[in-house]
Design a protein around this ligand. Structure first.
Ligand code: UDP
Length: 378
């Protein structure tokens, strides 16, 4: 009856469902939650403001193909994300850049540090903090220690419960020191939000006559892996299965749980028109939350109140909270490899996406990956 079964209606699942359906295949999408769009899910709240239920998701890409692909399913609201971090009580732009230098240091010191940066790096260069810390230039050492202590150290301890040098360097390199004056959080060529939100975008992708969507359904209610065979509604299913859930769950966690970091997302209504100095303000050094996002500054709304989100990082406990960030330790990687080897025994299953591939994918990365998987399977 179905040519392809897809577990999960997040971005990876939606792209693959859409592609297979458009190529004439009958697709069944099974989603555990009551809604599509995975962690990109957004909805209008009681204050009339479009909020991102699973934390701020800001689309940005340099890849024109991805931009064009998504543009088939949505109009865009051009949006360039800006973030400030509170340093010594003052919100200043991050990624830390040449403007930030002037906001935190007296001008003579800022001049000296700017000269040191430009002596060592080309204008426009992005320098990961862990790289800057290795600099032999004493001015840059001073700057690196300052930025490390004020922006990275305590934020990363809160976010990951690990020191910055104990997680993959790629994580802190997401927010480099920027040798330039561009205050935007991302520099990509395309930066925008789906005009009516991510949920509407994904609904559009799934609105194809060849796609059947089952919400509120754990894949284990309809599927089973036995031997090296997959079963759908108790019958052998030899066609393509795309799995976008947690890889350890597919195998009943038989090699142990893959560790994740979770976040308690606490939304609050504040009785003021505008709450803070930027759409997202990071609090590296105080409080138990890492950052506050004010959604009205992302999706403008004419309301007298505002909705904010405070993110409190916490340990992930299966069944109790959401698995947001894979924790890249050697042990976790080894466990992931075991699950991967197990998966390879099933010729008809392809694992795609942040959870199934245990990767820290941005939205554009996951779309690119899903499009590549589709091409490889055709
Ligand atoms: N980070 C930090 N201080 C900040 C912002 C980011 O230390 O003010 C580090 C932290 O380790 C974080 C990582 O950089 O987990 C990536 O930050 P990003 O904003 O990309 O995280 P996401 O939005 O994906 O949660």
């Amino acid at each position: 009856m179905f040519d392809v079964v897809i577990i999960g209606a997040g971005m990876a699942g939606a792209v693959l469902a859409e592609r297979f359906a458009a190529s004439g295949k009958k697709v069944l999408v099974i989603e555990r939650r009551q809604h599509v769009a995975g962690n990109c899910y957004d909805e209008v709240d009681g204050n009339g403001i479009l909020i991102h239920k699973y934390g701020p998701h800001l689309f940005h890409t340099d890849d024109a193909q991805i931009w064009e692909y998504l543009s088939r399913f949505t109009d865009w609201q051009i949006y360039h994300h800006r973030v400030k971090a509170v340093i010594d009580g003052k919100p200043v732009p991050i990624p830390f850049n040449l403007n930030t230098l002037r906001e935190v240091f007296p001008s003579s010191l800022a001049d000296k540090l700017e000269a040191a940066l430009l002596r060592n790096f080309d204008y426009g260069k992005k320098v990961p903090i862990l790289e800057l810390k290795k600099s032999a230039d004493t001015d840059l050492q001073f700057l690196a220690d300052f930025v490390y202590e004020k922006i990275f150290l305590h934020y990363t301890e809160k976010q990951w419960n690990l020191l910055p040098d104990k997680i993959s360097g790629a994580v802190t390199a997401r927010v480099p020191i920027f040798v330039g004056r561009d205050d935007r959080y991302f520099n990509d060529r395309f930066q925008a939000l789906p005009k009516r939100g991510y949920t509407a975008l994904v609904k559009n992708m799934l609105a194809h006559k060849n796609i059947k969507l089952l919400l509120n359904t754990d894949f284990k209610e309809v599927m089973e892996l036995r031997g090296e065979q997959t079963y759908l509604f108790r019958k052998k299913f030899k066609r393509r299965l795309i799995y976008t859930g947690q890889l350890d769950e597919l195998f009943d966690k038989k090699f142990g749980e893959l560790p994740y970091r979770s976040v308690d997302m606490k939304f609050e209504t504040i009785d003021v028109e505008n709450f803070q100095a930027a759409p997202t303000v990071n609090y590296p050094n105080n409080y138990d939350f890492t950052r506050i996002t004010e959604f009205k500054q992302i999706h403008p709304a004419q309301t007298s109140r505002t909705t904010i989100l405070k993110e409190y990082p916490q340990e992930y406990v299966g069944g109790q909270n959401e698995p947001y960030y894979p924790i890249f330790t050697d042990e976790a990687q080894a466990a992931y490899e075991k699950y991967s080897a197990e998966l390879a025994k099933f010729q008809n299953i392809t694992a795609v996406g942040r959870l199934a591939e245990y990767r820290y994918y941005d939205i554009d990365d996951v779309i690119k990956r899903a499009l590549e998987v589709f091409d490889a399977l055709n």
